[in-house]
Design a protein around this ligand. Structure first.
Ligand code: UT7
Length: 320
């Protein structure tokens, strides 16, 4: 027995930052950002904390699922960096949702964090260790951007999105892959002021070779999608909706055209939120759920790629 998704919820910072606002202090333009990425605006954490947004996203997901916080056995939080380096966000979320929760973990898998968390949850459900789980993708990537680097800061936004899982058989397949290399996408960890370290690092900004990551993303995610579909005996058209990581509209277009599918199968919201790392797929899922765009029986494919370099694909049937 694996899991079903019982409910979804999300919360985004109130501050909207448009492309035009960025061009006021960076050598960039709405035209460049929109045509190269599909992004028009993003949400940026200002006076809110990630835990405040997480509390709201979890409450909405629990209400949508009709589940009480006290029923949650496991919390997995996907985050590149929470409000604190320690304690883990999962512990802070447990305080809000269910302090008696049995298992609580943070995963730091960048943009693949949602699929990674689903993969972990699958193992716990199969081992009969949990009956209800909460996955929270809480990302504050704008805190890790160098706001003087136009090649990265224009791409990212902040968001929290949560899903409630319960026992069920709607999950069909999950595949995570790693192609270990950090050079094209990384954030250095500060060495602090340790007097015994001669070469100190204090920069903890995102560094990315966009073109290399772009090539990796398109080729690797397509390979994984083909493998997962083949293992299930599905044709690409059997999938009702492909929910791709919202990093760049052109990556979504490339995947869509290589699979020879219609745009309707590739819902997107990158225009409003930019790249919100692991929150991007569950944020999109929440929008589609709340708009009743997805209906019971639909087959969904989640596809993510990012730091690691890693990819993740999950196919499941929507059963709400
Ligand atoms: O979520 C993690 C995974 N991340 C991704 O999947 C990101 C994958 N990569 C991408 O989405 C794209 O590579 C980017 C959107 C990051 C960049 O688009 P690109 O078409 O690959 O542009 P580029 O890096 O080749 O840059 C083209 C030009 C350069 O100028 P020159 O050298 O041609 O004169 C850049 O300096 O655009 C310049 N440029 C900008 N110009 C205006 C780079 N950033 C900007 C900017 N505004 N914000």
């Amino acid at each position: 027995m694996s899991f079903n998704i019982l409910g979804t919820g999300s919360s985004t910072p109130k501050r909207v930052v448009t492309n035009n606002e960025l061009s006021a202090f960076l050598d960039t333009s709405d035209e460049w950002i929109f045509t190269r990425t599909g992004i028009k605006e993003r949400r940026v954490l200002t006076d809110e904390s990630l835990i405040m947004l997480s509390k709201e996203a979890c409450a909405k997901a629990l209400a949508d699922a009709g589940v009480m916080g006290s029923e949650i056995d496991m919390i997995i939080c996907s985050t590149v960096r929470g409000d604190f380096i320690s304690p883990a966000m999962a512990c802070l979320i447990a305080k809000e949702v269910n302090p008696n929760c049995r298992y609580f973990y943070d995963v730091n898998m960048g943009c693949c964090g949602f699929i990674s968390a689903l993969d972990m949850a699958d193992a716990f459900f199969k081992a009969n260790k949990v009956k209800k789980a909460l996955i929270v993708c809480a990302e504050s990537i704008t805190r890790l951007c160098d706001w003087q680097d136009r090649s990265t800061c224009v791409l990212f936004g902040d968001a929290v999105a949560a899903v409630v899982l319960g026992e069920g058989n709607s999950m069909r397949s999950i595949k995570m892959s790693v192609y270990p290399s950090y050079e094209n996408l990384y954030i250095t960890a500060s060495t602090g002021n340790n007097p015994f370290v001669e070469e100190k690092f204090s920069n903890d900004y995102i560094a990315m070779n966009g073109q290399e990551v772009y090539k990796f993303a398109v080729s690797s995610i397509l390979k994984d999608i083909h493998e997962v579909l083949e293992s299930l005996g599905f044709a690409s058209n059997d999938i009702s909706f492909y929910l791709m990581h919202q990093a760049n509209m052109r990556i979504v277009e490339a995947v869509k055209s290589r699979l020879g599918l219609a745009s309707e199968k590739f819902p997107c919201n990158i225009e409003k939120y930019g790249n919100t790392s692991s929150a991007s797929i569950p944020l999109l899922l929440d929008e589609l759920n709340k708009a009743n765009t997805i209906t019971k029986g639909d087959k969904l494919l989640f596809g993510a790629f990012g730091a690691g370099l890693s990819t993740g694909v999950c196919v499941l049937e929507w059963c709400k």
